[in-house]
Design a protein around this ligand. Structure first.
Ligand code: ZN
Length: 373
């Protein structure tokens, strides 16, 4: 089969590699659609983001690597001995965190706290390939009503579901969302169907303001020439938002806001309100702790990062149901679809610079029968 092989940062080649063969308890999946997150794209390009040092060391030590690609969906191609509950042809995705199954955490039912886990596409080959081998226990069946594009975009939605869950939005509460990227626009949709009385969003991109309005935001404010803090204050009778989702923070090298939007979140939230930090901030990021203390703000961190970002099955199942039932619109967020593994470098170019390309969801790559190739 064909697969992407990283020879060096920025040097990703499509090569012929051995077909995966399922051992007992394993499943081979024909990849139908795969997408790379902004962070994954930045890592492949050689930026100093999470995982850079580890990948650099492995390239030096072991040579070319098959890396990344955990946001995907595909169809079951082959089942190893003893696999039950799956059929050849089933539409599936996989949880990216593969627990060891033997340690204390795993044996006590905390398998997503397993200290000896492997991550799909990092410790073992991911979905930047025609086929993928995974243990059956991490395979998640998806409803047939889901498109393959929606299936590949379920992991960010699952993360957004977890962010919404930790916020515990009570009926009628006001929700402000900072950032109009995929996580911001998902936060708007989940707030809309999840009890919020008022939903506001601010972003720099006028097209995303319009889309946020279509997806259910009551108040949209340009971050370029508007004053979102003042608009939220006005819409809440001067109180401030009960909950602020901060989704724009992160490395400025990736077009994110650094910590400026965290400052804004603290200004925007009401006294005693909650801030949910969806953006991934640097380890020692500056934070307005004094102002947060003064306003007795609760600062909530949803499960995130390559380890805890992993949705548990029921989160993925729920995410899939939200899409199939028409309560969350993923299709409007999927802006770029490319065909075949040879298009991976182009997908990376689009995804790392979403501002220029107008992308919202990461660029998707269709493979196999789905690509028409
Ligand atoms: Zn374990």
């Amino acid at each position: 089969m064909r697969a992407c092989v990283l020879h060096d940062f920025g040097d990703l080649r499509v090569e012929e590699v051995p077909d995966p063969v399922p051992g007992p308890g394993e499943v081979v999946i024909d990849v139908a659609c795969v997408q790379l997150s902004v962070t994954e794209c930045a890592l492949l390009a050689g930026e100093d983001v999470y995982g850079h040092a580890a990948v650099s060391e492995r390239l030096d030590r072991d040579g070319p690597q098959r890396l990344l690609g955990h946001e995907f969906c595909g169809r079951v191609r082959e089942l190893g001995a003893g696999v039950e509950g799956l059929e050849v042809g089933d539409l599936v995705t996989s949880i990216e965190l593969i627990p060891c199954g033997r340690c204390t955490a795993c044996r006590n039912g905390f398998r997503f706290e397993c200290p000896s886990y492997e991550v799909l596409g990092f410790h073992r080959p991911g979905a930047l390939a025609e086929r993928l081998l995974v243990p059956a226990e991490v395979v998640v069946r998806l409803p047939d009503a889901l498109s393959i594009q929606e299936g590949a975009a379920l992991q960010p939605l699952s993360a957004a579901v977890m962010a919404h869950t930790v916020a515990q939005v009570r009926p009628g509460e006001s929700v402000a969302v900072i950032g109009g990227g995929v996580m911001g626009l998902l936060a708007v949709q989940l707030a809309r169907i999840g009890n919020a009385g008022l939903v506001a969003l601010t972003t720099r991109d006028p097209r995303k303001l319009e889309l946020a309005r279509e997806l259910g935001a009551d108040v949209v404010v340009s971050a370029v020439d508007g004053d979102a803090t003042a608009a939220v204050a006005e819409a809440t009778g001067g109180l401030g938002a009960d909950v602020v989702f901060e989704t724009a923070g992160g490395a400025t090298s990736l077009g994110l806001s650094g910590t400026a939007t965290l400052d804004q979140a603290v200004e925007m939230v009401r006294r005693g309100g909650r801030i949910v930090e969806v953006g991934v901030l640097p380890a020692r990021a500056e934070a307005p702790l004094g102002a947060m203390r003064e306003k007795y703000v609760t600062f909530l961190n949803p499960p995130s990062g390559i380890r805890r970002h992993t949705p548990v099955e029921h989160t993925l199942d729920w995410a899939a149901r939200l899409v199939v039932d028409g309560r969350v619109d993923l299709t409007s967020l999927i802006t770029h679809e490319l065909e075949g593994l040879d298009a991976v470098p182009e997908a990376i170019r689009i995804t790392v610079d979403k501002a220029s390309s107008g992308a919202i969801n990461p660029a998707q790559i269709l493979l196999g029968a789905a690509s028409g190739a």
